[in-house]
Design a protein around this ligand. Structure first.
Ligand code: GDP
Length: 297
């Protein structure tokens, strides 16, 4: 289950806090030391942890908390609120253009992050909401990726626009947009090519797509199980091409939570959705408050 290992550690800290009727400043500081260790072990970004602990400690050692009826519970609430705000506070939804225009969403990410799966999940959700989506196959390096997109598109009932591997992505997106406009399509998802590592050619290609068609959203998919690596990937993509949001995949298998807790704070970009499994229905809006509850029990 998601966040199991972090969750267990934090719950142990909180159990101790709750068992004390009165809290001293030292009790809070000791507890915060343990929270800090748990977050670092969960692969949360060091600076994020430092700021988090500082804020929580400042709030928790205040008069009102320490003298309150249930200081342990109050400290836990402060942790919960700060954790929620770390992940973005509110749910961030994609804002589509009116349905008589084509909204263009470009999906990018490293190979294996879950891009092709996620783009189909998302297209399927929008189809179910009454939109007319199109999946555009732009991974011109891996015929298998195009095939996979076609299979996924069929499963979710969304058409796939492909020109094989002989054309450049910028030519494909141009043709796809005119196809969309002629066929009453109002939502276009571009499945771009990933690489195993960040690579100049990949960034250039994404930039070219952006220069060719009016991309409304650039969304990065990152594998949450890679912890801080995924945060670094998000930072690089954001610096080089500019992203509007992140989808965290494989959260179902992430016991630590480092990516979920760091990405928004480090990049300033919201987490839009969480991938919760391999099935094409396993995609949830990312609710920071619910995520904090999953972590804190
Ligand atoms: P791409 O190379 O970025 O297009 O990645 P794929 O979409 O091919 O996904 C790589 C692997 O991750 C596949 O086996 C997917 O089934 C799996 N995957 C993608 N998203 C999730 C998720 O949210 N949870 C789990 N458990 N597996 C996922």
């Amino acid at each position: 289950m998601a966040f199991d290992s972090l969750s267990e550690k934090l719950q142990n800290v909180f159990k101790k806090l709750k068992s004390k009727g009165v809290l001293t400043e030292d009790d809070v500081k000791e507890a915060m030391k343990e929270v800090k260790r748990a977050l670092l072990e969960a692969d949360v970004n060091f600076k994020v942890v430092k700021n988090f602990i500082k804020t929580v400690t400042e709030k928790a050692v205040g008069e009102e908390v320490m003298k309150g009826l249930n200081p342990g519970q109050m400290v836990i609430k402060i942790v919960r609120d700060e954790m929620t705000s770390l992940m973005g506070s509110e749910v961030s939804e994609i804002k589509l253009l009116p349905s008589n225009e084509v909204t263009i969403i470009m999906m990018c990410g490293l190979q294996g992050a879950g891009k092709t799966t996620t783009v189909a999940k998302l297209a399927g959700q929008y189809k179910n909401k009454g939109r007319k989506p199109l999946l555009v196959a732009c991974d011109v390096y891996r015929p298998a990726a195009i095939k996979q997109l076609e299979i996924n598109g069929e499963k979710v009932g969304v058409p796939v626009f492909s020109m094989g591997t002989a054309n450049k992505p910028r030519d494909i997106v141009k043709a796809a947009l005119s196809h969309a406009q002629k066929n009453d399509i109002n939502l276009m998802f571009i499945d771009t090519a990933g690489r195993l590592h960040i690579d100049e050619g990949m960034m250039q290609e994404l930039q070219e797509i952006k220069e060719t068609v009016p991309v409304n959203y650039t969304i990065l998919t990152v594998d949450s199980m890679t912890g801080q690596d995924s945060v670094n990937v998000a930072t690089t993509f954001n610096d080089q091409i500019g992203i509007d949001g992140v989808i965290l995949t494989k959260l179902d298998g992430d016991t630590r939570g480092g990516a979920a807790l760091s990405i928004k704070a480090v990049t300033g970009k919201p987490i839009l959705y969480a991938g919760m499994g391999e099935k094409l229905t396993d995609l949830e809006l990312f609710y920071p408050e619910r995520m904090a509850s999953r972590i804190l029990g």
